[in-house]
Design a protein around this ligand. Structure first.
Ligand SMILES: *[C@@H]1O[C@H](CO)[C@@H](O)[C@H](O)[C@H]1NC(C)=O
Ligand SMILES: *[C@@H]1O[C@H](CO)[C@@H](O)[C@H](O)[C@H]1NC(C)=O
Length: 296
């Protein structure tokens, strides 16, 4: 009867443990690992992990890492302890707490139960893996000359896996980069996941802004640069626009000068032809005048 109750409590504990593992993934990053059977557990670097060890009815239990004995339990008393400073064993509920988890805690651990003669009656292995949780996810959207956009997702953390959605619809492609067609718009989400965490980042995907000035008077955008960032594209199209305006201004100004010069030359020519005779008369007069002045 007592045995049944213990088993019942253990079953409840494992259910609680599983629930904690599931919720631990999203907030707080606290991990529970059921080490009462052969198992593999991933835990988050710098966060606590609760390892539930087998609650044996056997008189002896030893917990080892490779050949190194970490502790022994004999008749519910810890007999030999060699626990690292960040480790703690709670004998009342057979929970091993590692807080905070460090990289050096990665490893394979063995729980051996022995009978009263010291004979091994059960062994189970725990493979403990440590990963730095995903953090600081950033999205960078770059306009390509083809008006497509290359979106790059980056993050810190161990072994990140990338997945993408546009307005909630998964994009087939994975990886850190996706290329999106010119007409694709909406809320773009990059989700970065590893074995201990999942973080996402969403950004509105807008069409690339093209310069509004006529293409015929302006050099193509590609001559300025291959790509420009959607966040900072204010600068380049503005500069582009300004240089275009200057070009138009100079062209109009030159045209005006040419027209005015032609008009002026034309009028001058007509004026000189129509008044040639008068000019001759005037020249004669001036000769006479200068003659008289010379004489005086
Ligand atoms: C075991 O006991 C410790 C210390 O009281 C507690 O922090 C931990 O949550 C307990 N574990 C379980 C699985 O109940
Ligand atoms: C992004 O993460 C939040 C919680 O951080 C979650 O509520 C949301 O569903 C996630 N979105 C996607 C698209 O995964």
């Amino acid at each position: 009867m007592m045995m049944m109750m213990v088993l019942g409590i253990n079953y409840m504990k494992s259910v609680v443990g599983v629930l904690m593992l599931i919720t631990g993934r999203s907030h707080g990053l606290m991990f529970t690992c059921d080490a009462r059977q052969n198992t593999t557990c991933y835990t988050a670097l710098g966060h606590p992990v609760y390892l539930q060890l087998i609650n044996v009815e056997q008189p002896q239990l030893s917990f080892t890492a490779g050949t190194q004995r970490i502790f022994n339990i004999k008749k519910n008393i810890i007999t030999r302890q060699n626990l690292p400073p960040n480790w703690q064993f709670i004998i009342s509920n057979w929970t091993l707490i590692i807080n905070p988890v460090e990289r050096k805690d990665t490893g394979t651990y063995r729980t051996e139960s022995h009978d009263e003669y010291g004979k091994v009656v059960g062994i189970n292995c725990l493979h403990l893996f440590i990963e730095a949780p995903v953090s600081s996810v950033t999205l960078n959207i770059a306009c390509l000359p083809s008006s497509e956009r290359r979106v790059t997702c980056s993050s810190s953390g161990d072994s990140p896996q990338y997945s993408w959605t546009l307005d909630g619809t998964p994009l087939g492609e994975g990886g850190t980069d996706v290329i999106l067609k010119e007409e694709a718009t909406g809320a773009l989400t990059c989700t970065v996941t590893n074995n201990v965490s999942s973080v996402n980042k969403t950004q509105d995907l807008n069409p690339c802004r093209r310069p509004s000035t006529p293409q015929s008077t302006c050099p193509p955008q590609t001559a300025v640069s291959g790509t420009y960032n959607q966040d900072t594209d204010m600068n380049e199209p503005d500069q582009h626009h300004q240089s275009c305006g200057l070009l138009v201004f100079i062209t109009v100004w030159l045209a005006e000068i040419i027209v005015l010069t032609s008009l002026w030359v034309g009028f001058y020519y007509l004026y000189t032809r129509n008044n040639r005779s008068q000019t001759i008369v005037r020249k004669c007069r001036s000769h006479t005048a200068s003659g008289t002045s010379d004489e005086s």
